[in-house]
Write a protein that binds this ligand. Structure first.
Ligand SMILES: [Zn+2]
Length: 62
């Protein structure tokens, strides 16, 4: 019989809140990889950008 195994990847940040939200993005920091929904990926990207931006570039704190 033909058999197909489907794996669903959930957002790590949503999983911490007990939610099962499908992950569509991957956040990589060195060897660490986090699966994220788009909302969380954007949130963490913005936080990293704000933390690492040159001091003259403060317009990213939304
Ligand atoms: Zn999420």
């Amino acid at each position: 019989m033909a058999r197909k195994v489907v794996t669903t990847v959930y957002c790590d940040a949503c999983a911490k809140k007990g939610l099962e939200v499908k992950a569509t993005e991957v956040l990589s920091i060195m060897a660490d990889e986090y699966d994220m929904c788009l909302e969380h990926a954007e949130k963490f990207r913005d936080q990293l950008r704000a933390a690492l931006a040159p001091s003259g570039d403060v317009a990213l704190t939304a």
